[in-house]
Design a protein around this ligand. Sequence first.
Ligand code: BGC
Length: 269
Amino acid sequence: MTEASERYLADQVAVVTGASSGLGQACAVALARRGASVAVNYHHDADGAAQTVRRCEEAGARAFAFQADVSDEDGVKALFAETVDTYATVDILVANAGLQKDARFTDLTLKDWNTVIGVNLTGAFLCMQEAVRQFRRQGMRHSRALGKIIAMSSVHDVIPWAGHVNYAASKGGLSLLVKSAAQELAEEKIRVNAIAPGAIATAINKSVWSDPAQMEALKKLMPYGRIGQPEDIGEAAAWMASDMADYMVGHTMVVDGGMELYPEFRDNG
Ligand code: BGC
């Protein structure tokens, strides 16, 4: 358990989307360890969300689970309304919900294009809007910022990804959504930033890391020599949400074991 002196998010409330597993769960738990109360949003995995709530409570924080599809405006409004009813404020948003629907370019259906853009990009937009509205309603609280928004991007906001154009397009879009919103909102002391994880062992890429041959190939893309763990991202999110990161505005923090360093070029002449 984190030392009391490290509970630097005490009296703050976080909404974490897609928090029933993986990066979202790790962010929720990391924020809870720093004392934040957490609204654990999930789409379909109620058991996973209940586990996240338990882990937050074990960390000494308050948490509740709430089902909502982030690509649905009414669902997002209900998520924020319930959070404010329960904990009175929202100080931190981790817009994490995201998914992949992979296909070769000409096999990619419009439905799967729309689903991925809808959740990864539009979902983040809708949650960010609601968060900003709530930050304004409640005014300055226990932080140097009026509110903090962290969007979960990916190294594929800059690394092109064949076979995943919907996903890469959503993350590339997210990157400029974050920077443009940050530029617009900074004067109100709202900090909008993103985290760009590399390969982190979660359900989204299990088919890759659970297969030894594919894992070997993946390791060549990670100079640091290991796949990331969800906690690597959770810790980054907790820091970004804190006043220690108060001067970080409109930035995408890459947490990827070196994947964005073009490791293929290492032995190239
Ligand atoms: C994707 C993972 C992938 C990683 C590195 C992430 O954004 O969701 O499936 O392993 O990028 O390519």
